[in-house]
Every structure is written in C-alpha cells, then in structure tokens.
Design a protein around this ligand. Structure first.
Ligand SMILES: Cc1ncc(COP(=O)(O)O)c(C=O)c1O
Length: 474
C-alpha cells in the first residue's frame, strides 16, 4: 500500500474533492501510481490528508466512473489494470521523480478494460472451491502423477468431459475420444498438423475467428474465406470451391464474430458436403454454454452420422483463460494420428490442474458455476444493450446479441472501425474491430464489444463514454 503525497491548498479556491481527484489522476498518468496498484482506502487517505471522508469519496467515485480506478469486492480499490498506454504519461504536467519505481509495465492488449473480448466474469469465479481442490491435489500428488502423463489426458477428466458433453451439448462421444490440450488454440494447431498438408485448402467462415486462421495456416495450408449469411456458412459457396477442400472451420453455436447460430438446414447441408467430399469439419464450440433467447442448440457433432466432425471445446470461458485447458472429441478413425501429433507437439497437459478440474466437474462446482453465470451474463448483456441504446443508438446498430460473451455492432457507412478502436483506447475502452476478422477485401465496419468481464455499472459508464466519443468527430 502506498503513502500518497497529495498537497492540498486550502486557500486556492479549488474544492478539496477536486484537488484530491486532480492529484490522484496526475499520479496515475505520471506513472507514480501504476496499473494494478492498490491505493489507500478512503478512510486512510482522509486521515492522512486531515479532511473528512466525503471529498475523498467524491474523488474516488469520479475516478472509478472514469475507469482510472477499479474496485474489487472485498479487497479494496486499485489503479485500473486496463489503462491504455496512450492515457499514461500526461504531457501537461511536470513529472514528479519516481524514486525506486521501475517504469510502468507494458500492458497487454487492453488488460481487463471494458469491452475486452473473450473475458469471462473473473470476479465471480468460485476461488475458494477451486483453490481447495488444487491444494488438495498438490499436497497428495502420488509419485506416478508426478511423472510423464498420458498424452490424451487424465482419465477422470476425460470421463467427466464426455459425460458433460453428452448431456449438455448432445455430443456423441466416449471418454476414449476426448483429447485434453492447452486450449482451443492448441486444438486447432493440432488439427492442422494432422489434417492439413502444405498447400491443402481449408475453408473458413468469412468473417471468422482470426486465431483459427493463424492456427490453420501455420503448416502452409491455403485458407479459403467462405461468406456467412444469417443461417451460417454459405454451403453453396463452399461447394463452388470444388473438390480440393480438405476441411472447414465453423462456429455453429455462435458464429464468431457476428453471433448468429447455424440453422438446422445449414448444418445438414454442411455435414452432407463433408461426407460427399471426404472432408473434415472443425467445430469450434467456444462459448455455447451461454445462450439468452432460447435453449442452447446441440452441437453439430451430435447430428453427424458419418464421423466427419472434429469437435473443439475450451474451459477458457466457463473457468478462466489462464487455466489453458481445452479438449477435442476426435472421430475414432483419426484418434491415433491425433495422439501421435500431440506427443510431437508438447507431450501432455499439466496433470495437477487436470486432476483438480476433474474433481471440480465431478463435485458439481462446474455445473453450479455455469448456472449462476448464465444469470450474471444475462444481466451484463442487458446492461450493455440498454447502454448502447441509450447512449449510442444513433451511431451504431446491434447485429446480434443472442448468445456468448460479446455483442457485434455495425458502424455507420464511412466510419473506420480500426481508427475507432484506436480512439476508444485513448479513453480506456478496449474493443475489437470487426474488419480485422475478414480475410478478403469486402469488409463490414463494426465493433466487437465483450461484456463478460465487466459488471453492469462499468458497462453502462463505458457505453456513455463510447457514445460521447462517437458523436464527436476525431
Ligand atoms: C472463436 C474462439 N475460439 C476459441 C477461443 C478460445 O481460445 P482458447 O481455448 O485457446 O483460450 C476463443 C477465445 O476467445 C474464440 O473467440
């Protein structure tokens, strides 16, 4: 905890709360207070400054509202971890000496900032249950579990995942088909290594998930962008690419990035295409657990009578991304090749976390957390939609908000989304530009706004700032 040097001038005529606000803001911008750093409680600071708590509270509230600060339930107030670089280092103020402080850390792409994509509600994670299981397994890890493990993963986890997928997603699978990997990204790399040779052609939804494009292209495969419409990938357009397509990557439950789910007719057409062309379907079911308008749709894999689908899932959205555990459900004909490729890639995933996760599922924590999070995300989504309507209605159009942890919005013609995202970063907002999800030149301009990682108050404040920004030309 820091002792802050905030000189107050009682004769200046500037309100005390304003002086506290200015002093804190300047300390943040100058890097004296660094992103993620805890600041004193209002009570402590009021005592240090010999003022009442009210002006301190008022200053903190304003800084929280402007996202310079963030509150974490039960643990205090912190300098926002998500302050963009360009906000830092104010040019207008003299920089106080930074004695003994290293320069502020380089931030990753927006940290935990409002609208950051792909973030679950980390503040709602059941830390107590999870840490108890990790500690229990760490303390009692048998020697055999400390040695090299099964490349396919820990048996208990594979069984628990197969059970969950059969019941919740209609996936047709046995534990013997479940391969544990380090997230969907690793699953896609593995699928590329097994299924695609240099020069092979792999189709992808256009627009689509850039992470998949990177992974599938690593071995020199040619990526074919195939447009999506309101029903999902355009299978007729896929047919027109001819016989040479080895595989197709799709997100049927919740199209990334536009958000619709693939209709049953399209699913059947896609499976039929795969069967007739001896091609593979890579189904990325990345956030299918969250659907707000109707029951979650079953997985495409469950409709496939010919075992052409490689199903990919992740714990990044229901647990947390840093866990790095995901899985594939592999058709039996491909199993051996996937296991060999997995061994060649990185042998196996850390045993301790697999054991803890298996128990987390078995003891019912996972199902309970999922149920609770559906309610949390529904509220967050509704807050985002209400904020967008109230503050940004005349500047953008919501495309689809039926499922998942982000909303795609379209910007008016002529508004460049990449420039918009850059401007957003200068006011502490972290969105993804829709146009970056296209491989071809025909791109729509829009924003992908994540709502999983921010509570309703933060989302509403962020939409207000977004609306103000969009109405003021750059
Ligand atoms: C379409 C899609 N697939 C997969 C993932 C998850 O990746 P991982 O499991 O590697 O964390 C994401 C994360 O943002 C995603 O958007």
């Amino acid at each position: 905890m820091t002792t802050l040097h905030l000189p107050l001038d009682r004769s200046s005529g500037v309100a005390i709360h304003r002086q506290i606000y200015d002093g804190l803001r300047r300390a943040i911008l100058d890097g004296v207070l660094r992103p993620g750093q805890r600041i004193p409680s209002t009570r402590t600071l009021a005592a240090e400054l010999a003022v009442s708590r009210l002006p301190v509270l008022t200053a903190y509230e304003q800084l929280l509202h402007e996202c310079y600060l963030e509150g974490r339930a039960g643990s205090g107030t912190f300098v926002s971890a998500a302050l963009p670089d360009d906000l830092l280092q104010s040019k207008t103020t003299a920089r106080p000496e930074r004695i003994g402080h290293p320069p502020p850390p380089v931030l990753d792409e927006g940290g935990l900032g409002p609208f950051r994509m792909s973030l679950p509600a980390l503040d709602q994670f059941p830390h107590a249950a999870w840490s108890r299981l990790v500690a229990r397994h760490a303390q009692a890890l048998p020697l055999a579990q400390m040695a090299y493990g099964d490349p396919a993963g820990v048996a208990a986890l594979r069984m628990a995942i197969a059970e969950h997928l059969r019941a919740a997603r209609g996936v047709r699978c046995e534990a013997e088909q479940v391969l544990i990997v380090s997230g969907s990204q690793a699953a896609l790399r593995l699928a590329a290594a097994v299924l695609l040779a240099h020069g092979d052609r792999v189709a992808m939804e256009e627009p689509g998930y850039p992470g998949a494009r990177d992974a599938l292209g690593t071995g020199g495969a040619e990526i074919l962008p195939v447009p999506v419409d309101e029903e999902g990938i355009d299978v007729a357009a896929l047919q027109r690419h001819g016989e040479q397509v080895r595989a197709v990557y799709v997100t049927p439950s919740h199209q990334y990035p536009l958000g619709m789910s693939m209709t049953a007719a399209r699913r059947l057409a896609l499976l039929d295409w795969a069967f007739r062309h001896d091609a593979w379907v890579l189904e990325d079911d990345y956030d299918s657990e969250y659907r707000y308008v109707s029951r979650p749709l079953g997985a495409l894999q469950g409709m496939d009578a010919h075992e052409r689908v490689v199903y990919i899932g992740t714990f990044s959205k229901v647990m947390f991304p840093a866990l790095r555990i995901g899985y594939l459900v592999v058709p039996p004909a491909l199993w051996q090749r996937f296991v060999e490729a997995r061994l060649a890639l990185d042998l196996f995933s850390p045993t301790l976390y697999q054991l803890a996760l298996a128990e987390f599922l078995r003891e019912g924590h996972f199902a309970r957390h999922l149920r609770r999070m559906r309610g949390v995300y529904l509220k967050r989504r509704d807050a985002l939609l209400a904020g967008l309507e109230r503050h940004c209605g005349d500047t953008l159009t919501v495309h689809n908000a039926d499922a998942g942890l982000h909303v795609a919005v379209l910007l008016a013609a002529g508004i460049d989304d990449i420039a918009t995202v850059q401007r957003m970063r200068t006011i502490g907002l972290v969105a993804t530009a829709l146009s970056t999800c296209y491989a071809g030149d025909d791109r729509r301009s829009g924003l992908l706004l994540g709502f999983g990682g921010s509570d309703e108050t933060r989302l509403l404040a962020a939409t207000k700032r977004l609306g103000e920004m969009l109405r003021n030309p750059a």
